[in-house]
Ligand binder design. Structure first.
Ligand code: ARG
Length: 466
């Protein structure tokens, strides 16, 4: 038996008195998070300073200790930013590393900082501060991409391309109209992130380990100090809630999904069979063996990166599934998926805006493609309906006309009037006005339609929404 006051092996964590042996090297590495959570350092310092100011205001921490903490933290911030801070694996995570350094610098004041808090509410606060800033960056990225889309669309209101369903030529659409479809998807993405931000922006600090603290703290003051909209209402929920990270990843997965759809189209359009567009060389690479190749690497990679972002969403959902209240060490696993999601989305958005700005459009190829798919067949059917033919009968008459044109090897507007009249005696020579690509597009001139007049109005709206 060792006497009560015999020296114990010291674990770096600050709980040494409770343990008989230190953790093994492997366990140390297994449980440490400092290699990735050091990204939170600046937010950890911010949170600690707000906590210390509140402790002082509530007469829990003397003014000279607050001053020492502020002085120490200023130095630590400089060390972190300048890369001089020495991160120690045996200190497990960002929180203990910073707290230990603070104590080295300012002594007992550093040891008093942790009064009335726990790493459980501390880490939840740090992640929320970090994610809030990331969401603001993502909003800027989404907006920049929207603005690149609008700029490109501006130049192509009158550029006709085949609109597709089932990837078969369906009806003529304005290329600008097509681009603005992505503008709308990104607009919804922004709404989702803004909405998610509201739930990110609540302060867990004060929940301490799980049950709150016995000190007379002022949580609202800390919330105000750190720019949180509110404090979390339940301490158990505060330390264990990761919904905010999950819904963020869900919003990110949708953004990436949208960009993967756009990417797939860019890849198709760049194929010589389409030749609708060309991407600037800086987004493509060649082949090490096939000298003729110009591959759309960037859109392909965007399409591929959706896999990892969707994976992170599933990882976080799985992380939380079945977790009992309150904090569990499992939660340390929330950071890498979240960090990588933010990194992936931000980088993708930045590259994408630049790539859209560099798209060269081959309007002639788009028009050629339109001529091959009987894209104005619906317009002919609508014409017959206006002459009093029931739509189903008109549909059938036009289907037969298309078949005839196909056999003749031409498009509908190339058929002579006499030929067209074989399918309905109601067809007169004014039919050619609706059989043209321009006529077809111009007739869809309602809100949300592809008529150049409608698209021009949509563009003005879009710019105003930016
Ligand atoms: N590194 C931990 C995490 O990321 C911090 C909280 C640890 N709390 C604890 N009681 N072990 O979740």
């Amino acid at each position: 038996m060792q006497p009560e006051n015999a020296p114990r092996p010291t674990s770096a964590g600050g709980w040494s008195g409770r343990f008989d042996e230190p953790v093994s090297e492997l366990v140390k590495r297994y449980t440490a998070s400092v290699d990735f959570d050091r990204r939170l350092a600046e937010y950890d310092i911010q949170g600690s300073l707000a906590h210390a100011r509140m402790l002082n205001a509530c007469a829990i921490l003397p003014a000279e200790d607050l001053a020492a903490i502020e002085r120490g933290m200023a130095q630590i911030l400089g060390e972190v930013r300048g890369g001089a801070f020495v991160w120690r694996l045996e200190l497990e995570d960002v929180h203990l590393n910073i707290e230990r350094r603070l104590t080295e610098l300012v002594g007992d004041a550093g040891k008093r900082l942790h009064t009335g808090r726990s790493r459980n509410d501390q880490v939840a606060t740090d992640v929320r501060l970090w994610l809030r800033a990331a969401i603001d960056q993502i909003d800027i990225g989404l907006r920049a991409l929207q603005s690149a889309l609008v700029d490109l669309a501006d130049a192509h209101v009158d550029t006709a391309m085949p609109g597709f369903t089932h990837l078969q030529v369906a009806q003529p659409v304005s290329f600008a109209h097509h681009l603005l479809a992505y503008f709308e998807m990104l607009a919804r993405d922004r709404e989702r992130f803004v909405d998610c931000r509201r739930r990110v922006n609540r302060l867990p600090l004060g929940a301490a380990a799980l049950a709150g603290t016995s000190f007379p703290i002022d949580r609202a003051r800390v919330a105000r100090d750190l720019g949180f909209d509110a404090v979390s209402a339940n301490s158990l929920d505060a330390v264990s809630d990761r919904d905010f990270a999950i819904e963020f990843c869900a919003a990110a997965a949708l953004t990436m999904t949208h960009l993967s759809r756009f990417s797939e189209e860019l890849i198709l359009w760049m194929n010589p069979r389409f030749s609708f567009i060309d991407l600037a060389d800086r987004f493509c690479t060649g082949s090490s063996i096939m000298p003729q190749k110009k591959n759309p690497d960037v859109p392909e990679l965007v399409r591929g990166k959706v896999g990892r972002v969707n994976g992170h969403l599933v990882a976080l959902l799985t992380l939380m599934k079945g977790q009992p209240l309150a904090y569990n060490k499992d939660n340390q696993e929330d950071k890498e998926p979240l960090f990588d999601t933010v990194d992936t989305v931000l980088m993708t958005l930045t590259i994408y805006a630049d790539m859209v700005g560099g798209i060269r459009v081959n309007a002639r190829a788009m028009r050629e493609a339109l001529k091959q798919g009987f894209a104005t067949a619906t317009d002919l059917a609508d014409y017959l309906v206006r002459q009093g033919v029931p739509f189903r009968d008109a549909h059938e008459a036009v289907a037969r006309a298309v078949r005839h044109a196909e056999q003749a090897g031409c498009d509908l507007p190339d058929l002579p009037l006499a030929d067209l009249q074989r399918f309905s005696p109601l067809i007169r020579d004014d039919v050619y006005a609706v059989l043209t690509i321009e006529g077809s597009m111009a007739s869809r001139n309602h809100v949300g339609g592809t008529a150049p007049s409608a698209v021009r109005a949509a563009l003005i709206e879009a710019r105003a929404r930016l």
